[in-house]
Design a binder for this molecule. Sequence first.
Ligand code: HEM
Length: 509
Amino acid sequence: MQSWLVLHNGWVVHRGFKRSTATGDGNPIPPGPLFRFPFLPKYPERILHRWTKQYGSIYSVWMGNQLFVVMNDPEVARDLLVIHGANFSSRWSYFMKNQTILQGGAITATPYNETWRKHRRIANTILAPKAIKRYHSTLQYEAHMLVRSLYYGTQNGTIPVNPARYAGRYVLNNMLSVTFATRIGSVTDPLIKKTLSLGDEFMMLTGPWSNAIDFIKPLQWMPTRIRSRGRKLHQDFLDVYGAMILLVKKRMESGEDAPDCLVKSLLKSQEEEELSWTDICMLATAFATGGSHSTSGTIQWFLAFMPSHPEIQAKAHEELDCMVGRDRLPTLNDEMRLPYVRAIIKEVLRCRAPFWMATPHCSDNDFVYKGMYIPVNTVMILNCYSLHHNEERYPEPFTFNPDRFADDNLSSTESSKLSNAMERDHWAFGAGRRICPGMPIAENEIFLAVSRLLWAFSIQIVPGKPPCLEEYEGNSGRTPLPFKVMLVPRHENVEAILTTNGEIPDLRV
Ligand code: HEM
C-alpha cells in the first residue's frame, strides 16, 4: 500500500524512508535525499542543483519505486557513461515517453540492443560529419531565408518580432530536407504550426521527472488526461509523418528520381533491415521533432540573450566585419575564422542547454563505482545544469561570458571526444554511446543562423519588454517564453544582400 505525505512547500513525498539498498558485501547506493518522490515540480534542475551542493558529485533519488543516480561531475560522467558505456547505455522504459508516445522507437526510446544498434547505424550514415556535407547548400539556403524573412517580418527594423516561428521554420525545413527531401515555403503554412505544436507537446509530456504516471504504476491503468494526450501524440506522429513518408514512396514508385533523404534510404532498405511501418515513422519523428525543437530553442535563447549584451554583439560585429566583410553573408567555410561567434554559441548552450537532464540512460547490470552500488535498471541522469554551473570549470557560472571559450578551437563534436572530461566545452549533447548523433548538423545550423543574424542585425530590446531569461517552456526540451526583439539592420548592404539571391516571394510575411 503506497502512503504519501504532503509537505508544507507543496511537495508530495512517500512516508517511508528510502529503502536501504546495498550489495552483499555492504556497498551502499550513493547518498541522497531520504524521501521518495512521485514527481518533481517545474524547474527540477534547481532542486537537483541544491542536492548537488549537499551530496556532491554523485547521489541517488527515489521516484516512487524507481532508483535514479544523478551524475554532477565531469569525471563521474566520463567514468560511467563513456568508460563503462557498455553498462550505462540503455534507456529506462518511461511510461509516457518510451511506452506510450515513441513505443520503444525513434532511437532515443530504444533499449541498448540490436534494434538500437541498427537504427543508430542508419541515423549515423545520414548524420555523420562527412555525410552532411551534401546538405550544406540546403542549410545555407535556409539560413538565408531565415534572416531574410526576419528582415521582412521586422519591417526593416521598425517593428518588434517574435522569432519563434521563424527559427522553427528554419530548423524544420532543414530536417524536412534531410528526412523527406521537402520544405515549407511560408512561416504561415499550417504545417509549420502543426509540426511545431507536436514538438512542443512532446517536450511538455516527456520530462524525466515531471509525470507521476511514470512512477506510480496504478495511474497507468486509469483513463487519465495525460495518458490520452500521450496516445494522441503517438497517433499524430504516425499521421503527420506517415503522410509525408507516403509522398516520398509515391515519388519513388512513379519512377521519379526522388532526391536522397532519410525516408528514401529507409524505404529502399525496409526489407533488408526488417523495418516496420512504425519503425520508419518513429525514425522520421526522431529527426523531424528531436532535430528541430532543440536547435530552434538554442537559436531563440541566443536571440533572448543578445539584447542585454550590446558589448558582446559589438565584439562579434567587429570580428564579422574583419573576417567576412559586409559584401556577403558568412558561410560554413568561415566557421573556423570566427572564434568569437563560435564562443557565443558555446556559451548559449552552456547557459541554456535545451535538455538540462540530457536524456536519461539506464544500467544493464549491477555495478559498484568507488564503493557505491548502482543496481541493474537504475536511471542515470547526466545533470547538465550542475555540470554547466561548476565554479571550478566555469568561474562565475551564472554570468553570460563567451570569453570563457576564447581558446577553444574545437567543435562540440570534437570536444566531446577529449579524454580529459574537465576540458570538454559543455554537455548539452549528452555523453557516451548515446550521445546526440545530430550534433554535427545542429552545430552547422546554429552557426549559420547565429553568424548571419549577427552579420545582418543589431539585436535590440523592445523598450520595457526584455526577454525573460529565467523561466521557460517545456519539461524535457526547453524554449524561452514567447518574447519579441528589435532586429535593426546594421549596415546599408543588408537589404541588398538579403533580398537578392534565391528570391521566393511567398516568404514575405
Ligand atoms: C541543439 C541541438 C540539439 C541538442 C542540444 C541535442 C541534444 C541531445 C541529447 C542531450 C541527447 C541524449 C544524449 C544521451 O543520451 O546521452 C540527444 C539524443 C538524440 N538526438 Fe539530439 N540534440 C540536438 C539536435 C539534434 C538533431 C539536429 C538531431 C537529428 C537530426 C538529433 C537527433 C537525436 C537522436 C536520434 C538522439 C537519440 C540518440 C540515442 O538514443 O542513441 N538531435 N540529443
